[in-house]
Design a protein. Structure first.
Length: 377
C-alpha cells in the first residue's frame, strides 16, 4: 500500500504565482503546470494570482507522480461517508504525513461545542505526531498570537519552537512548492534512517553480548568509548556541540545498567558537582548526555538532579531532556543504549531536538555559567 499524505489547508486566499521556471529543477510534470495554468486563464507572470484550489490539485499530482504517494485532499477525495469533522480527523491520525497550509482566513465552523473548524481539528490531531506534521504559512497572514480562543491555542502550538513545531513561510505558489518538496525529501530521509537504525539497533549484537557479560566497570568503559565515537560522528568534538549561534559544552556519561540500581547509578552520581572542575571563567554551562544501558524514569531523573518539584522533564521517543530553572542544570538521558547503533539512533534524534531548542538551551547554559563562576570565587 502506498504511503498516504494529507494536504490540509486553511486558505481562502489567492496566492501570487512566482517564477514558474524555477519549478523545472524539482517539480513533477512542470510543463503540465504551465499548460493547466493557461487553460484556467491564469497569466504566467510572477505577480499574477492563482486560486488555492488549483494549488491543491497540483500538490496532489506532484505527491503522486514524483513520490508515488496517495494524496488525501478533503475537497477533492471521495470520503468514507463519515461527517466531515470525523472523517478528516481520522485521516490526520492515520496518514503517514500531514502537510498543513495556512492563509489569512480560518474557514468555516460547525455548530457544536468545539469552536475549531474541521481543518484545525485535523491539525490538533496531527500535533500528536510532530515528525509527520509540517505547516506552511502564507507570509503576511494573521499572527498565531492574534487569533482568539481555542483556535489561537492550536495555532500557537503549531508555531511554538519550544514544542518542536516549526512552520515555514511562503510568499507565492512556486516558493510553497519548493519548500513542500524539500520537506518531503527530508521527511523521507529521516523516516528511513530512523526505521532502519532503530530496527537494527533493537537486534542483539556481539557488542551487546560483550557488554552484558562484562562487569559494571568494564561495561561502562566500553560504553563510554562507543559513545564518544558515536558523538564524534554526529559533530560533537572536543566537548562542544554547535547549537544555533553558539558552541554548547557537553559531557558524555554512561550508566552500565538501569538507574534503579545504585551500583550502576553511582557512575553519574557527581556529574553536576564535577562540572566546575577544569572549566574556564565565563564558559557556558554544559549539557550532560547520559547513555543508559537499562531504563530510567521521570522520578529517578528528578532525584538525580536533586529538586523534585522544580525540575522540568521532557519525554520523547529517544529519551528525556531535563532542566532545573534555578541552577541552569541540563541533562539528556538516553535509555536502552545496548549497542553503538542504538546510541547513534537516540543521540542523533536528541541532538536534532536540541537544535530546535537552541535558544532556550543557550539561556540555561548562560545561567549555569554565572552560578559556577560565583561558586568558584
Amino acid at each position: 500500500m502506498n504511503a498516504r499524505v494529507m494536504v490540509s489547508s486553511v486558505v481562502n486566499d489567492t496566492v501570487p504565482l512566482g517564477r514558474l521556471s524555477a519549478l523545472s529543477e524539482f517539480w513533477f510534470d512542470v510543463d503540465g503546470v504551465g499548460k493547466r495554468l493557461k487553460k484556467a486563464s491564469y497569466p504566467l507572470t510572477p505577480k499574477s494570482k492563482v486560486d488555492f484550489s488549483f494549488i491543491r490539485q497540483e500538490l496532489g499530482r506532484h505527491l503522486q507522480g514524483k513520490y508515488g504517494f496517495e494524496p488525501y485532499i478533503f475537497e477533492d477525495t471521495p470520503g468514507l461517508g463519515l461527517s466531515p469533522d470525523k472523517e478528516t480527523v481520522s485521516e490526520a491520525l492515520n496518514s503517514h504525513l500531514v502537510i498543513g497550509i495556512f492563509g489569512s482566513k480560518t474557514g468555516w465552523k460547525v455548530g457544536d461545542q468545539d469552536p475549531l473548524t474541521p481543518t484545525l481539528r485535523e491539525w490538533r490531531a496531527a500535533l500528536q505526531s510532530p515528525l509527520k506534521f509540517k505547516v506552511f504559512w502564507l507570509k503576511g497572514s494573521v499572527a498565531p498570537q492574534d487569533l482568539p480562543g481555542e483556535l489561537g491555542v492550536v495555532m500557537s502550538a503549531v508555531s511554538d519552537y519550544k514544542e518542536g513545531k516549526i512552520y515555514l513561510e511562503f510568499s507565492n505558489m512556486v516558493e510553497l512548492f519548493a519548500k513542500v518538496d524539500r520537506n518531503i525529501r527530508d521527511y523521507i530521509s529521516r523516516a528511513i534512517v530512523r526505521y532502519a537504525t532503530d530496527t537494527v539497533a533493537r537486534e542483539p549484537t556481539s557488542e551487546t553480548e560483550r557488554w552484558l557479560l562484562s562487569p559494571y566497570r568494564a561495561r561502562q568503559k566500553g560504553m563510554k568509548l562507543a559513545f564518544e565515537k558515536v558523538a564524534a560522528s554526529l559533530g560533537i568534538g572536543a566537548g562542544k556541540l554547535s547549537l544555533g549561534d553558539h558552541e554548547q559544552p557537553v559531557s558524555l556519561q554512561c550508566v552500565p545498567d538501569s538507574f534503579s540500581i545504585p551500583e550502576s547509578r553511582k557512575f553519574v552520581a557527581y556529574v553536576f558537582d564535577d562540572e566546575a572542575e577544569g572549566r574556564k571563567a565565563k564558559e557556558l554551562g554544559a549539557v550532560h548526555f547520559v547513555a543508559i544501558f537499562g531504563g530510567v524514569t521521570d522520578l529517578q531523573i528528578r532525584r538525580h538532579i536533586g529538586n523534585l518539584e522544580e525540575v522540568k522533564v521532557y519525554s520523547a521517543s529517544w529519551g528525556f531532556y531535563a532542566s532545573e530553572p534555578s541552577t541552569g542544570i541540563q541533562c539528556v538521558y538516553l535509555p536502552k543504549c545496548t549497542n553503538s547503533l542504538r546510541m547513534h539512533s537516540v543521540l542523533s534524534q536528541a541532538v536534532a531536538w536540541l537544535g530546535n531548542q537552541a535558544r532556550e538551551v543557550g539561556e540555561f547554559a548562560k545561567l549555569r555559567s554565572r552560578i559556577l563562576d560565583l561558586l568558584a570565587k
